[in-house]
Ligand binder design. Structure first.
Ligand code: TYC
Length: 102
């Protein structure tokens, strides 16, 4: 922070803007066909959840229709969504994963 009073006698302030990165929620959506075990594996491998947390989140999505996998900066969230959608497509499951600004 810099308090400047130049030749004019007018006080000025300058500051370096350290913008906080926007955060994005990554959500899994329920469907009728993706196996529960596949969703648990996704939560373990992509979202680094323990088996217990992965099971709890999977069941919450199964029962509520949607559930949060985590909150991340934009590029991290985008990569996780892509990784989930690629794995789902490879395994021919209709699992959907989306991100939304927190
Ligand atoms: N509803 C699925 C089933 O009964 C399980 C499931 C859970 C699917 C979570 C998607 O995001 C999901 N096999």
């Amino acid at each position: 922070r810099d308090e400047g009073a130049g030749q004019t006698g007018v006080a000025t302030k300058t500051r370096t803007k350290t913008k906080k990165p926007s955060l994005y929620r990554v959500l899994l959506l329920n469907d009728d066909y993706t196996p529960m075990e596949f969703v648990i594996l996704i939560l373990e491998e992509v979202f680094n959840k323990s088996r217990e947390d992965a099971t709890r989140i999977m069941l919450s999505v199964h029962n509520q229709g949607v559930g949060e996998c985590g909150v991340y900066p934009y590029e991290v969230a985008e990569t996780k969504v892509t990784n989930v959608m690629d794995a789902a497509r490879r395994n021919q499951h209709p699992l959907q994963c989306v991100m939304e600004k927190q």
